[in-house]
Design a protein around this ligand. Structure first.
Ligand code: SF4
Length: 144
């Protein structure tokens, strides 16, 4: 397939693969630089993150940064940390909170994106959707 990471990110930002099933216009929200050593795979943006366009700019992001012991400057440095959710666009809300990440998203994009992280040393799977997808049932139900 080839191409640079910038080309791939441009392609992602134009994605409308599941637009018909989203409550709002597609707005893929992720962060990646080729030099990043840490990859964080979360679930999907909530409505607050959809509005701001900034990944993890909510309470869960504060908790994650506390847990990791890193500040916002480091967290939002794409050359250090890649932020790639299971679904890049806000999936909408149901009776008991936000809906799951769109299932089309990770199979469509993740492998290609991760192939652009040659220096990746650590991958954090945050949340049940990321763990279920990557650990195929071997995950535990806690963050760690
Ligand atoms: S959630 Fe993923 S697959 Fe769906 S439109 Fe957004 S980027 Fe494309």
């Amino acid at each position: 397939m080839g191409g640079t990471l910038d080309q791939l990110l441009s392609e992602v930002r134009l994605c409308a693969a599941c637009a018909a099933r989203l409550p709002l216009e597609p707005r893929p929200i992720l962060q990646m630089g080729r030099e990043a050593r840490i990859l964080i795979i979360g679930q999907a943006p909530g409505s607050k993150v959809h509005t701001s366009g900034v990944p993890w700019a909510d309470k869960s992001g504060e908790r994650l940064r506390d847990w990791m012991g890193i500040d916002e400057t480091t967290f939002y440095d794409a050359s250090r940390v890649a932020l790639v959710p299971m679904g890049f666009c806000y999936p909408g809300a149901g009776a008991s909170g936000d809906l799951p990440p769109r299932p089309e998203c990770a199979p469509l994009w993740h492998a290609r994106l991760v192939s652009h992280l040659p220096q990746r040393r650590l991958t954090l799977l945050v949340g049940l959707y990321a763990q279920a997808y990557y650990l195929k049932g071997r995950g535990k139900t806690t963050l760690t």
